[in-house]
Structure formats: structure tokens, C-alpha cells
Design a protein around this ligand. Structure first.
Ligand code: PGA
Length: 251
């Protein structure tokens, strides 16, 4: 069985290098716990050096996005820079980037760019609203299909990861996160869509993570749904709580 995966999405936090170092010091106290998982930290670029130095024994470096610019471009961090720095995985299509205008077409190009560079894409999908009639499932199906447009089975098998992050559950309290029962249905649905699009092997070999207000109080129940790990936002900035989530994954 694959290792369970735990991703820290620091977003645009913390505000200073000093605070980043403080978090890293806290994380290193639980390094043996993180080592048993596939742990990734996705910090702002300014903290890459510090994160890769302090967490090299227990976590991989990840980026929060990937740039499509191939030519010289002011303000961009190229995929080559990321790769050469040691970035192993990139979060792609996060809802906060989609809210800035990133559509499925751009997302699919970013997935291809990451794969070409040998960086594992973590494709984020998630509906704005959840409804009892299951209309969000149609939304998820289309988002998945279009975000992986023109990719083929052999591009993806063993190379893709998916994070299911319902937008309505992001940045809330653990009690407002998705309920385990709903999550297990949705994960089965996502695997079915992957299987219809790319076949059984891709469906079975693609880790599906959950993100959206994961914390120490709901991690265990959410894990019982058959998911492959978590993409954690605000609780990943709190080393104690992030460590507790890691311990629950290792249980
Ligand atoms: P959250 O964020 O854990 O703060 O809800 C998750 C994410 O946006 O990746």
C-alpha cells in the first residue's frame, strides 16, 4: 500500500521568515511521524530555502502553483527553477487561484507543464455548493474532465494526485468541514469518473486527498472514508495541530 499523504498548504503565510522558522522548528519535533507519511510542505517562494533546509529529513518541498510562461517573464518563477530547487509536487488549480480567473484550460496546461518537468501535479477540484440532489457531482465530473483535457492514460498512471476540496468547506472550523459519509460517496464518485475517463489503473493508482477545514478533531473520522490523505491549510501553520493530524494518519 502507498504511504498516506499529508500536504501543508501555507498559502501566503506566515508574514515573516522568523515566523516560518518558528513553525519549522515545531514541525521538526515530530519528524519521525512525518517520515512515515508522504509529507509535503508548500510554502511561499520566499521561504523555500528555509523549508528545504529545515525539513529535508522528513518532508518534500512543494509549490502552490506553477507558471506557464516559457519565455523570459518578469515576475514569474519558471518550472525549471522549481524543479532544480527540488520541488517534487505542485498544487494546481486551487480554488483560490481559480477565483482569480484560472479556468480548466489553464489548469490542464499547468498539469502538462508539471508532468513534463517531472513534478507531480496535485490537481484541486471542488464544488462551490453542495446540494442534496447531487448536482455538485456533475460539476465535479466536468471539472475533472476539463482539467485533464487531452491527457492520456500513460501520462497519468502513477503520476497524478487529486485533492478534493469543496470550496464551501475551506477555511472554516472543523465542524463545518465535509461530513465523512458525504466524503466517502464523493471519493467513490471521483474514482468512477477517473475510471470512465482513463481506465481502472489510473482510477486505482491516483491518490485522492481531502482538503477543507481538516483539523485534529475531524481527521480520524475523515480518514475512515478511504481517502489517501489531506491537503491542510490553516491548521498546517500550527505545528502542534499539524502534528496531531499526522499522528492520526499514522494510527
Ligand atoms: P483549510 O484550507 O485547511 O484552511 O480549509 C485548505 C486549502 O485551501 O487547501
Amino acid at each position: 500500500m502507498h504511504k498516506l499523504i499529508l500536504v501543508a498548504n501555507w498559502k501566503n503565510h506566515p508574514d515573516s521568515l522568523e515566523q516560518a522558522k518558528f513553525i519549522l522548528k515545531g514541525l521538526s519535533k515530530k519528524s519521525s511521524v512525518y517520515k512515515k507519511l508522504g509529507t509535503f510542505i508548500a510554502p511561499p517562494h520566499t521561504f523555500f530555502e528555509s523549508v528545504s533546509h529545515s525539513s529535508k529529513n522528513f518532508a518534500h518541498l512543494a509549490s502552490q502553483d506553477i507558471s506557464l510562461e516559457q519565455k523570459t517573464c518578469t515576475g514569474s518563477v519558471s518550472v525549471e527553477i522549481l524543479k532544480n530547487f527540488g520541488v517534487r509536487m505542485s498544487i494546481i488549480g486551487h480554488s483560490e487561484r481559480r477565483a482569480l480567473g484560472e479556468n480548466d484550460e489553464i489548469v490542464s496546461k499547468k498539469i502538462k507543464t508539471a508532468l513534463r518537468a517531472g513534478i507531480t501535479p496535485l490537481l484541486c477540484i471542488g464544488e462551490h455548493e453542495h446540494d442534496a440532489e447531487g448536482e455538485h457531482l456533475e460539476f465535479l465530473k466536468n471539472e475533472l474532465k476539463h482539467s485533464l483535457l487531452s491527457l492520456r492514460k500513460h501520462d497519468l498512471v502513477g503520476k497524478l494526485m487529486i485533492a478534493y476540496e469543496p470550496i464551501w468547506a475551506i477555511g472554516k472550523k472543523a465542524k463545518d468541514a465535509m461530513q465523512p459519509n458525504d466524503l466517502s460517496h464523493t471519493v467513490i464518485f471521483i474514482r468512477k469518473v477517473l475510471s470512465d475517463l482513463f481506465g481502472r489503473e489510473v482510477a486505482l493508482k491516483t491518490p485522492i486527498l481531502y482538503g477543507g477545514s481538516v483539523g485534529p478533531s475531524n481527521a480520524e473520522a475523515l480518514m475512515s472514508t478511504g481517502i489517501s490523505g489531506f491537503l491542510v491549510g490553516h491548521e498546517s501553520l500550527d505545528p502542534k495541530n499539524f502534528g496531531k493530524i499526522a499522528e492520526l494518519l499514522n494510527k
